[in-house]
Ligand binder design. Structure first.
Ligand code: ZN
Length: 262
């Protein structure tokens, strides 16, 4: 049976879906990823992880469904680069909340955004609460790919934990998923090492953050080191990403705010 919700008829959604159905919307981007990766990188990773995870979770008995990928999202940090097609934060917010409103008109009550683009994360966090408050759904978001800090392990380049865009992790994943779209000869290291040396300021999980555009760090718009990327590493990352996504979906399917029996 298909797990792609858009392949059902409208009336079928009323009988197939129930309050415990988990609906997964992959969110990606169409944005500049340096000279070596395709614009579709984030959407490709999000959709590929979602498809594999939804299939595997369904085979394990979860009532889980995949919606079409949201590809035009908030990529203003790459707006300087030709090829980036982006919407503003408030357009994305409205779109996410409208998706929630539409899902709330089905019998399903659990909505997950499986996100492949870091620039969407802050908006997603706000949207989860908006949809919860306005439309009553249980709302969730999660990153599509496992975090690759590039900390200089045996087979990893040292990205000083800053490999956040078009670096080792993403490049390896696309080499695994669509090697025909990668031009490794164009890949160049671009790691803002001075930021890795700071105590408090940084990108994610740091005490304090700064506003940034991707060309603040160099002309390629790359933040990381793609030069050591391999398809084998991508296969390992993809498998880890899918396994984690299945685990998260399993928790989501059973989640209640107040706890069981409350
Ligand atoms: Zn990306």
């Amino acid at each position: 049976m298909t797990r792609l919700l858009a392949e059902l008829s409208g009336p079928a959604t009323r009988t197939v879906l129930g309050p415990d159905s988990v609906l997964v919307v992959p969110t990606g981007a169409m944005e500049h990823h340096g000279p070596h990766l395709p614009l579709i990188t984030d959407a490709l990773i999000a959709e590929s992880v979602a498809t594999a995870a939804v299939q595997r979770a369904a085979e394990a008995g979860l009532d889980v469904w995949q919606l079409p990928t949201l590809t035009y999202t908030k990529s203003d940090e790459h707006s300087w680069a030709s090829g980036t097609v982006w919407v503003s934060w408030d357009t994305l917010m409205s779109t996410l909340v409208d998706i929630g409103r539409s899902v709330a008109a089905t019998p399903a009550r659990r909505l997950v955004f499986l996100n492949g683009h870091g620039g969407n994360t802050a908006v997603l966090g706000v949207a989860l609460r908006e949809i919860r408050r306005l439309h009553g759904l249980l709302t969730f978001s999660m990153p599509a790919g496992v975090q690759v800090a590039g900390a200089g392990g045996e087979h990893e380049p040292d990205e000083h934990g800053l490999g956040i865009h078009a670096g080792y992790g993403e490049t390896s994943l696309v080499l695994h998923l669509r090697p025909d779209l990668v031009d490794l000869a164009q890949a160049r290291r671009s790691v803002p090492e001075h930021i890795g040396a700071l105590t408090h300021l940084g990108f994610n999980g740091t005490t304090a953050q700064f506003g940034w555009l991707s060309d603040d760090f160099g002309p390629d718009g790359v933040i990381g080191d793609p030069t050591g990327a391999t398809a084998d590493a991508g296969a390992v990352l993809f498998d880890a990403s899918v396994r984690r996504a299945v685990d998260v979906l399993t928790e989501i399917a059973a989640f209640t705010h107040a706890g069981p029996g409350a």
